[in-house]
Design a protein around this ligand. Structure first.
Ligand SMILES: [Fe+2]
Length: 280
């Protein structure tokens, strides 16, 4: 017998019964709920449903806490739009291949450190992907070139990285199917605050998938998938200095932002669910 599945099922059943009793759920409502779940399956929207119920981020938190030490960068959900084999770029890195005149130029830089002793990690890989200034990812937008706003870069000998991109815009998660209808019915929006996704990896260290949120976004306190974390907010600063602009070869204002990542070594094994830490 699968004891864990059995225990989860028993507990879930108890909670379901308690909600049904509390709200005196009717047969019609039950039928509507079952039909909804059938439609969610037909539309392949179970992942989306898990996201908007904030289940995805809750499980991601548990998984990260069980595998990484407390000092490492917090994780976040990967989302459905990651693509393997992003082009590997050498400095100076610019992940945006078509910059519109309305796009705001952004330089993101920082260092990657080890949580063990704080030393900078050279040759760590940052795999980056994001939406453009209209909130669209290239693989959902035929007007953008292939792999636009995606790229993999390496930290230098001091663990430093820098890339040029554009400030992403917030976007709405898919709302054309049953999950979108459900959100409408309960008067919940589908917006995600603007963010940049990262996958960090380095030999001997545990990989981290995360995302950084733009600090002044209107949805920062009300993410439809509940994934914003204080430690993952990116503070961006405007720069109008003509000298700085010319040194970067641009003729308009731009934005900069610094963020340091911390990775935990492979050898650290953490079992938080047993409330103990062991270091092998
Ligand atoms: Fe995203």
């Amino acid at each position: 017998m699968n004891e864990r599945l059995n225990a989860i099922t028993m507990r879930l059943t108890e909670h379901l019964h308690s909600v049904i009793t509390e709200f005196q759920v009717t047969e019609n409502e039950l039928r509507t709920a079952l039909n909804f779940l059938t439609e969610v399956g037909k539309s392949r929207e179970y992942q989306l449903l898990s996201d908007v119920l904030h289940v995805s981020i809750a499980v991601d938190n548990i998984t990260h806490a069980a595998n990484h030490d407390d000092k490492s960068t917090e994780s976040n959900v990967e989302g459905p739009l990651y693509r393997d084999e992003a082009p590997i770029m050498s400095p100076p890195v610019n992940i945006c291949s078509v910059e519109g005149t309305d796009d705001e130029i952004l330089y993101v830089s920082g260092q990657v450190f080890s949580s063990e002793d704080g030393r900078p990690l050279a040759n760590a890989v940052l795999d980056v992907w994001q939406a453009n200034g209209k909130g669209d990812y290239e693989n959902e937008d035929p007007t953008q070139p292939d792999y636009n706003l995606r790229g993999a870069l390496l930290t230098d000998e001091n663990g430093r990285y820098e890339f040029r991109t554009v400030v992403p815009a917030p976007y709405e998660i898919g709302k054309g199917g049953p999950v979108g209808e459900f959100l409408k019915e309960i008067d919940r929006h589908a917006w995600r605050p603007a963010h940049i996704h990262f996958k960090l990896s380095q030999a001997g260290y545990k990989s981290v998938t995360t995302m950084l949120f733009i600090n002044d976004d209107p949805w920062i306190d009300n993410d439809s998938i509940g994934a914003v974390k204080e430690s993952l907010i990116l503070k961006i600063e405007e720069c109008n200095d003509p000298k700085e602009m010319s040194s970067r070869g641009i003729n308009r204002k731009f934005y900069t932002s610094e963020y340091d990542f911390i990775l935990s070594p492979e050898k650290v094994s953490i079992t938080k669910n047993k409330e103990e830490y062991s270091i092998r």
